[in-house]
Design a protein around this ligand. Structure first.
Ligand SMILES: Nc1ncnc2c1ncn2[C@@H]1O[C@H](COP(=O)(O)OP(=O)(O)OP(=O)(O)O)[C@@H](O)[C@H]1O
Ligand SMILES: [Mg+2]
Length: 279
């Protein structure tokens, strides 16, 4: 069979860390994702956007195998999760870390204990080593050492995000999934978090899959962006591809009033175009 247009534009397999092909997810009679395809490439920061309630978190949970799908295939590190043996799944699960949109940390555990949760589940190492590794993660994400003994209720929103990131990094994953990591942070805190993500990508060679509504993150941190719309990936590519796209939602998102404050004028081909309200 000749390759389809989508296949021709896909990178060679060794660059692709996650490949979703023709994924369909329904809840009862409601179809959330319909024939969605997406590649995530090794070492990139991929920003995943789309209107609220379109299925960004559902896709993330589906990739992680936490949500059943009705059609399609998802390969992570070349392993088709549906056909994988228990041992293969276990290996894959140790190579990813997740910062969920809700319930980032267990409230009854300290930061140190939270970070140790995945270690206890997957690693057979001594308690001393576990504690040492957990403290290293706390340092890695830029938290003060005394954050280790604190409970989530004693932390600020920004500290919770960092602690949750530390837990996502507990097993030294190849890829981290972040669902709205900067939501609720002030712009400076959000920019600091983006910097941290970029540093980790550069120093650890991490791949980052980031669901976000944060335009600053999309413009500053992401190498590529994928837009979810009409139950599939509508557009996928670097920022320039988004800026040149004519889909109405993509246009209003990337050329709306909020975007104009962050998109440099000379990068924005539609800059002179007025909003529908003429402003
Ligand atoms: N377990 C479930 N059972 C039934 N419906 C669900 C379930 N999980 C999600 N949905 C529905 O799927 C749709 C997509 O939800 P999802 O949480 O993925 O949106 P989202 O794009 O992440 O939105 P937001 O930007 O607000 O986080 C919503 O209509 C939601 O109600
Ligand atoms: Mg969501």
């Amino acid at each position: 069979m000749p390759p389809s247009d989508t296949d021709k534009h896909r990178k060679t397999d060794h660059d692709v860390i996650i490949r979703a092909t023709d994924v369909t997810v329904r809840f009862g009679s409601k179809t959330i994702l319909d024939g969605l395809s997406l590649d995530v490439r090794r070492g990139e920061i991929l920003g995943f956007v789309g209107a609220s309630g379109t299925g960004k978190s559902v896709l993330l949970r589906t990739i992680l195998g936490l949500n059943p799908k009705q059609g399609g295939k998802i390969e992570v590190f070349g392993v088709d999760y549906d056909r994988a043996s228990d041992a293969e799944r276990l290996t894959v699960e140790q190579r990813w870390g997740v910062l969920f949109q809700q319930g980032a940390l267990f409230s009854s555990l300290t930061v140190l204990e939270n970070i140790q949760v995945p270690m206890r589940e997957y690693l057979d190492i001594s308690p001393q080593l576990m504690e040492e590794l957990a403290r290293l993660k706390i340092d890695l994400v830029g938290l003060a050492p005394d954050a280790a003994e604190k409970y989530p209720s004693e932390l600020s929103g920004g500290m919770i995000k960092r602690a949750a990131l530390a837990r996502a990094l507990a097993l030294d994953p190849d890829i981290v999934f972040l669902d709205e990591p900067t939501s609720g942070l002030d712009p400076i805190g959000a920019a600091d978090f983006d910097e941290l993500i970029m540093t980790l990508r550069d120093t650890l060679g991490l791949t980052v899959y980031m669901v976000t509504h944060d335009l600053d993150s999309l413009f500053m941190a992401c190498d590529r962006i994928a837009v979810l719309g009409q139950k599939k990936v509508l557009v996928e590519g670097p920022l320039q591809t988004m800026l040149e796209n004519d889909d109405p939602w993509v246009r209003s998102y990337f050329h709306g009033k909020r975007a104009r404050t962050v998109v440099p004028k000379d990068e924005n081909p539609h800059y002179a175009v007025k909003d529908s309200d003429g402003k």
